[in-house]
Design a protein around this ligand. Sequence first.
Ligand code: PMP
Length: 366
Amino acid sequence: MTTTFLSELAAGLEPYVPGEQPKDKKYIKLNTNENPYPPSEAVIRAIEEEAANLRLYPDPDATAVRTAAAEYYNDALQLTGTDRLTEENIFVGNGSDEVLAFLFPTFFKGKKIAFADVTYSFYPVYASLFEVPYELLPLKEDLSVDVEQYCGGLPGDIGAVLLCNPNAPTGRALQLAEIERILAANPEKLIVVDEAYVDFGAQTAAGAVNRYENLLITQTLSKSRQLAGIRAGIAVASKSLIAGINAVKNSFNSYTADRLAIAAAAAAFRDRQYFDMTREKIISTRQRTEEQLRELGFDVIPSSSNFLFAAPREIEAAELFSRLREAGILVRYFAKPRIDDRLRITVGTDEEMDALIREIRNILGR
Ligand code: PMP
């Protein structure tokens, strides 16, 4: 391909590499942290009903999702008084990746940002695309976040911090009290908490957005709400921060969320029972699998997410990844410093995890 017409920026990009979506055969797919359960019946019904309206443009404000999300948080966190959320505290995007992308022109442009050396690998990709310089904050030896480093230890020229909680790909979570300490210690810095995996065992900070003007949360419907295929994500923050993202969104594309996404996401936020049932199943499957992997000699980081980040002791991680792939089981391997001895394994159904453990035993000759 000729690069004659590419901008210098485009020619220099190193794009994000998503986990593979193979087409050659049927795999047990434990590589992209999708939910193993289908969307709820209420969500399917909402999509079917909305299909008849596809002739018409969607609501550019995605009001139905914003209202349903605010109600979910008010109810789940029992928020009272000024802590309560309204639709004005919610922004809706085409997946939380897009929400994260909007944060760069809205808040980061012209500043320097910071994030962990081991975290979601899309952050540096967006930083390059939007030409925002960044600093890496090293995780501790055990791949946990050094909270003290974030409390008073951040350089003054950092305008915003991206904090993934629970972190990906480690699965480790900070307590809400630790997040609040970071917020209080950095009133001049925007603290973005990426809560893509929070529903699998960590505490959301959504109840604190009206108390901290420097807090912005992103959340996705791709993981705990089974909608990776529909592309819906949100930001939760003070009304003024949300208004800022809206101004940027409306300067780019009025309709980032389509009609099916709006109908599905709103219905998913309303179906609390299915949400709670499926996340509890995933948490219990995770606990079982974590124990089984430890019995097989793996070093497993305690996970608050829907994946396990585990280092085998008797075989190289890269080798185990390939052997599992040959056997029809896909997991994720990152050939990167500090984490190339581990595999990230999405928690599937009990049956899928039993098949994984059987195959690992087989490979290890146990
Ligand atoms: N944040 C993290 C930490 C993720 O792992 C992902 C999924 N790759 C996302 C955000 C984006 O998810 P989505 O765009 O599907 O909402």
